[in-house]
Design a protein around this ligand. Sequence first.
Ligand SMILES: NC(=O)c1ccc[n+]([C@@H]2O[C@H](COP(=O)([O-])OP(=O)(O)OC[C@H]3O[C@@H](n4cnc5c(N)ncnc54)[C@H](OP(=O)(O)O)[C@@H]3O)[C@@H](O)[C@H]2O)c1
Length: 285
Amino acid sequence: MPTNTILLAGRPVHRLGFGAMQLPGPGVFGPPTDRSIALAVLRQAVESGVDHIDTAQFYGPDVANELIHEALHPYPKELVLVSKVGAARDERGGWIPAQRPEELREGVESNLASLELDQVPVVNLRRLPETDVPFVEQLDTMNALRDEGLIGAVGLSNLAIDDYQTARSHTEVACVQNAYNLTGRTEQALFDACRADGVPFVPFFPLGSAFFPENPVLRSPAAQDTASRLGVTPAQVALAWLLAQAPTVLLIPGTSSLLHLEENLAARELVLDEEARVLLDQAAG
Ligand SMILES: NC(=O)c1ccc[n+]([C@@H]2O[C@H](COP(=O)([O-])OP(=O)(O)OC[C@H]3O[C@@H](n4cnc5c(N)ncnc54)[C@H](OP(=O)(O)O)[C@@H]3O)[C@@H](O)[C@H]2O)c1
């Protein structure tokens, strides 16, 4: 298997995929600003070799999945769609928990319907640390959904390292999705555990997120200086740095822009030299 690919739930995917969270309207709520561009971004991603798309029924809600369905169904056989359960939205776009076993099941069923799939290849349990639902009960539900064939594999998101160890003894963990980027490395211990175990680590907010307008990643002096020295962009530097951290890293940068999509995918080819690596390694905020 070439080094630019990784096995995700037993299927080879390129290490640079796509996150669909930027496709709905502002605040990940409501329709996209320009529907035709959102559809074009998805189609262009797949035409450019993306074979792993991260989504959620609660992006929109419903909007990201409906766009994916409209743009890409019937899906190419190599495309691995990954969704997540554990949250919902209120009428004003607020994020609300949906952590109970029956809500996790409903979440999977909604994804199956909107994506028109018999099985979602991977579903992440997006754990809310403050929930009073026992984690093991949630894992049992995810295992049951997998055993029934409604999901292909169980992934985990937003979890503490202790929960990761618990999960490893209760299920086969297909991937872990926590926040991690050039300047935000509070999840380093979890990152290292996944690397040691050979579990794909899928950092969310790889480019610093749309939620923080001051974007500490793209505005970091290390990313900006490296970008201008190498003649690339800070986003490409941030993505290349992540890819260089471990062969288990699998990226899903989010964008609503065709130009940014092209720019982000070009980071596959960027090799950071020693000077860049030293500078960037010291960039954690
Ligand atoms: N499990 C979880 O709890 C969780 C949480 C958050 C996200 N996620 C997943 O992780 C994916 C990635 O995270 P994210 O989308 O929140 O954040 P991100 O990828 O770190 O950043 C997205 C932001 O970066 C901008 N951007 C993208 N490419 C750029 C470029 N080349 N130059 C400058 N700006 C650029 C986007 O704006 P434009 O649209 O203008 O390009 C958007 O504002 C999501 O899409 C989602 O699938 C999961």
